[in-house]
Design a protein around this ligand. Structure first.
Ligand code: WTA
Length: 628
């Protein structure tokens, strides 16, 4: 369905509106625009600081340092701050395994588990600033490991469990992690997802790793390498695993985590986020965008291996003292109403998911939804790709029963927090992420960096720094400058195209670089291509995203075979499996086409744009740089 770029408005009910944290967006936006530093500092003071900051923002273009001189710890704010109040006995986490097992943790219980694991890490020699890789399924230990690392000032770096050997190895090696935390597997769609053998293969070429900590989840047989591999539950039973651990007092600008994300070229970039600014950004966006209150139960369906899980499964909800829900498995296991049954049984009030999931669940029809009681829901959210109005309306009518506004949140791994998003008081247009969050200034510009007219397509840019802004690319500040701040000097280039309408609403169109969004997952053409050329039959490869009604995009690759290899169905299948093994099942190409040549620039760069246009039967545009 095409997007209607002016559309009708959907308004929140007066009843909902009367109880919101923010009732008037324009007023707050205006205030924040005029007094950005006082705006952000008032928000920051809602959190706990060991020492207040001297300066709200030090902006040495393009490096922003927020809350300079301030000392804090995000894990202290997510746990200890609440444990010191009546909230200690309130549920922090409700976890449900795919096998219907349920585990709950109060704030006090979660804090103790985190402290125990923090002490284990310390005893293993992990110090402030050291990196800890986490490669876990969606189980409570994923969150515990993150918070434990943060508590002692170590830097966590998660790798989504849908990634495989080569992807994991590259990320561990770039981060030079000492430890990797993994599991004997996880349950997904009725099967055990093996992780340990992937870690073994990856770590065989990771010289920095001293130890592999393995959580027992499925009971599957795994090889344990003596002297290197240790069971999580055995470590947690040792006397060193004391439930008491003081939070390390961190500079607000100290790194909290590195999360790798696909970029335009080469290896994935290590996006670095801080304790202070990231904390303030995720805290307030969770509070205002989802109107989060004390009594809320928040379920974000994302995996914490991605930024959405970091910010809105773990940190945002816990910083707000709410209850967060985590579900291990597939949305349709054992039946297509699994998600709705989770909403019903755990009384979820805020539900945040991705358009691709909505589209796939829509296909099963509304009767699966209607057999469940979803009356606890109050606010809905969408993230990861543009939501088509058809899916928006189904989400609104069938899931939200026309009662719950949908927050279509545009943001990125790099932004750390929501950037363009409605608040629940905002009149909504299905398919538009609406307007920037207060304190944030965005624009849509043309090739020259000039604002485009309403209705015209252009590049999305962010014009002023924001607290949860990435600090740099790990070990590569030049790449940070180059990637984000060189396309349009003075402003942050997001890599997306967009339009602005007459009402100032922003409509995101999609990536304009070599990033492909598949079912909301962010993948880079470069990584897919390098996985392909690591196969002995492949001479060269080019990957493109091809629009797909369910997944947003699928991956199509064009492959030139080496001399002596013949195209065949069998070889195509082998190449798909090879990418699955190297990079991960989520990156498996859906289509492979064998070709004799690829369109290239005179300097030898593959012109994916041309391949894509040809594939879609669109005009190929400017070909002046194409080699003969
Ligand atoms: C896309 C995910 C349209 C966009 C949080 C962005 C969206 C990329 C939306 C970042 C949205 C995210 N509407 N597109 N509401 N949210 N995107 O780093 O292309 O995995 O640049 O972060 O997702 O993907 P990432």
């Amino acid at each position: 369905m095409s997007t209607n770029h002016n559309g009708e408005f959907f308004y929140p009910s007066e009843e909902l509106k009367s109880k919101l944290h923010v009732k008037n967006y324009d007023e707050i936006y205006q205030y924040a625009a005029e007094h950005p530093e006082s705006f952000w500092s008032v928000i920051a003071s809602e959190l706990s600081w060991f020492k207040p900051w001297d300066k709200v923002l030090e902006w040495e273009y393009p490096f922003a340092r927020w809350f300079v001189g301030g000392k804090t710890n995000i894990a202290y704010n997510a746990l200890d701050r609440h444990v010191n109040t009546w909230r200690r006995n309130k549920l922090a986490l409700i976890w449900e395994g795919e096998n219907a097992e349920v585990r709950t943790y109060t704030y006090l219980q979660l804090q103790r588990e985190v402290n125990r694991f923090a002490n284990v890490l310390k005893a293993m020699g992990v110090q402030k600033g050291d990196r800890v890789s986490i490669y876990l399924p969606r189980i409570p230990e994923q969150m515990i490991a993150m918070l434990a690392a943060a508590k002692i000032g170590a830097i966590h770096t998660l790798v989504y469990a849908g990634f495989s050997v080569e992807a994991l190895r590259d990320r561990i090696n770039d981060a030079e992690s000492k430890i990797v935390v993994t599991a004997d597997g996880g349950f997904y769609n009725g099967k055990v997802v093996p992780l340990k053998n992937i870690v073994d293969e990856a770590v065989s070429k990771c010289p920095s790793i001293i130890s592999v900590i393995v959580v027992k989840r499925t009971g599957a047989d795994v090889d344990m390498t003596p002297g290197r591999d240790l069971w999580y539950h055995e470590l947690m039973a040792l006397p060193i695993a004391s439930p008491k651990c003081d939070a390390e007092e961190m500079d607000a600008t100290d790194p909290l985590f590195i999360l790798y994300t696909s970029g335009t070229t080469g290896k994935p970039k290590g996006v670095v986020h801080s304790h202070g600014g990231y904390m303030v950004g995720t805290y307030i966006t969770t509070k205002w965008v989802f109107d989060m209150k004390e009594e809320d139960t928040h379920w974000c369906t994302a995996d914490s291996g991605w930024v959405t899980g970091h910010s809105y499964v773990v940190y945002g909800p816990l910083l707000n003292g709410a209850t967060t829900v985590m579900y291990e498995g597939a949305p349709t296991y054992p039946l297509p109403d699994r998600w709705w049954s989770i909403v019903e049984r755990h009384n979820v009030t805020i539900f945040y998911t991705a358009p691709t999931a909505i589209r796939s669940l829509m296909r099963y029809g509304s009767s699966w939804v209607n057999r469940r009681d979803l009356s606890t829901l109050r606010i809905l959210g969408s993230v990861g790709e543009p939501i088509n109005p058809e899916a928006w309306l189904w989400f609104y009518k069938i899931i939200g029963q026309e009662r719950c506004p949908i927050m279509d949140t545009w943001w990125q791994t790099e932004t750390g927090m929501h950037i363009i998003t409605p608040l629940p008081c905002t009149p909504l247009k299905p398919g538009s992420a609406s307007k920037p969050f207060p304190g944030i200034v965005v624009d849509v510009v043309d090739e020259e960096g000039e604002s485009v007219k309403p209705g015209e397509e252009g590049f999305l840019v962010i014009k002023t720094p924001w607290p949860a802004m990435l600090q740099t690319v790990y070990k590569d500040p030049e790449r940070y400058k180059q990637q984000y701040w060189s396309r349009f000097p003075g402003v942050y280039f997001a890599g997306d195209s967009a339009k602005k309408d007459e009402d100032g609403y922003i409509w995101i169109i999609g990536r304009v670089d070599d990033v492909i969004k598949v079912a909301g997952y962010r993948l880079g053409t470069a990584e897919i291509e390098s996985a392909l050329v690591s196969h002995p039959a492949v001479a060269e490869a080019a990957a493109i995203g091809k629009p797909d009604p369910l997944k947003g995009n699928i991956i199509k690759v064009f492959v030139i075979l080496k001399f002596g290899y013949e195209p065949s169905e069998k070889l195509a299948q082998e190449l798909k499996n090879h990418v699955g093994h190297e990079l991960g099942p989520i990156a498996k190409p859906a289509e492979i086409q064998f070709v004799e040549s690829l369109p290239k620039t005179r300097s030898g760069k593959i012109m994916r744009r041309v391949l894509r246009a040809q594939e879609l039967g669109q005009p190929v545009g400017d070909l002046s740089t194409l080699e003969e």
